[in-house]
Design a protein. Sequence first.
Length: 128
Amino acid sequence: MLCISKDLLASTWRHLRAEFPGEGVGLWAGCWGLVTQVHPLPNVHPKPHQSYEADPVELLRTLQGLEAAGLELLAIYHSHPTGPARPSPTDTSKAYWRVPYVIFALESSEVRAYRLPEGEEVGIEIRQ
Ligand SMILES: [Zn+2]
């Protein structure tokens, strides 16, 4: 289970809508499943309208910052500019993190989280 405030969820939506029509990617961090930070990352995939790849330098810098702050990586999020909030075959085949993958579907304004590659859904609790 992931918990996030309405405000941080809204700021994640703002980041991902700003990346449209490309896919956006970033990290949720915090502790004990409660998200306290949203970290947008540049999508450096050569075809950003079809897939995502977080900039490795920014990713590493962000992870080091979390470690220094005593925070955990809680989830990786990305957007589907079109299509459902379900993992694509590419999402599943490239899933090497053990944290949940959160998928934001821009058309339907739906957000869902999954453990990948298993595909098991993870709940998201939205707090005030
Ligand atoms: Zn995807």
